[in-house]
Write a protein that binds this ligand. Structure first.
Ligand SMILES: [Zn+2]
Length: 247
């Protein structure tokens, strides 16, 4: 009996030894960085989803929060689960407006990491703004540029997507001004081509000012989830058009 047990352990030890040898010496790729496997895991399902969308048009997700001049939020609306996304922020930004809803924040982190892998360092500028904060921003802009000009770029309190906790203004190390010069950068090209994979859309498009009631804002992304984002970005439409709520 004892002999049998010894034989068994010897075989087991040999098997483990061979396994270790295989992993470290014969097939080193088995221990290579988890980077590759993460990238694979991320990119494969995303590609599959794109194909699925083309074959069958997914139902419109009507749970998506629409905030604009016709659909304002109340002064007391505060989003759930606000966190500061673990991404690089622009040094000149206001540290009080870094939060996002946790789901959107996680998606933003993934998008920034993917951009970095492709050679673009995105910089977050401004996320969640409370009703009170928006009131301050709006009033300051009105004092500077007058009421008509101010409302083209700065939302009237309650009408700002930044109050949803689902929007982020962002730039890149390539271009650090919040103006439409950002649209001419390679970083913006990357953003436009890839944001939908992470559930984001460019919210205020060029040529859609009559629908969004905002000038083109290449720096403003909005989280809507991957399915809606892919449809919206692929068709080049606005959130209003996607939801069938154009006034
Ligand atoms: Zn914005």
């Amino acid at each position: 009996m004892k002999k049998l047990i010894y034989t068994f352990f010897t075989i087991a030890l040999l098997a483990i030894g061979i396994g270790v040898l295989y992993v470290f010496f014969i097939n080193p790729s088995a221990t290579s960085t988890t980077h590759k496997s993460i990238k694979k895991a991320n990119s494969v399902p995303t590609k599959k989803k794109v194909t699925t969308n083309k074959e069958t048009t997914p139902a419109v997700d009507t749970n998506i929060l629409l905030v604009n001049k016709d659909h304002p939020l109340g002064a007391n609306y505060i989003p759930q689960n606000l966190v500061v996304p673990k991404v690089k922020f622009i040094s000149t930004g206001d540290p009080n407006v870094r939060e996002m809803n946790s789901t959107a924040a996680a998606a933003l982190e993934n998008m920034f990491a993917a951009a970095k892998q492709d050679g673009f360092t995105l910089l977050a500028v401004s996320g969640y703004r409370s009703y009170k904060y928006q009131t301050q921003v709006y009033n300051a802009k009105v004092r500077k540029d007058g009421k008509a000009s101010a409302s083209e770029y700065v939302a009237i309190p309650g009408e700002s997507e930044h109050q949803t906790g689902l929007a982020m203004d962002l730039l890149s190390t390539e271009y650090t001004e919040l103006d439409d010069g950002f649209a001419k950068t390679k970083s913006y090209g990357w953003l436009e081509a890839n944001c939908a994979k992470y559930g984001f859309i460019i919210r205020y498009l060029k040529g859609k000012e009559n629908i969004t009631k905002y000038n083109f804002e290449p720096w403003h992304v909005r989280y809507v989830g991957v399915t809606a984002a892919e449809t919206i970005m692929e068709k080049g439409i606005t959130l209003e058009e996607y939801l069938g709520k154009t006034n």
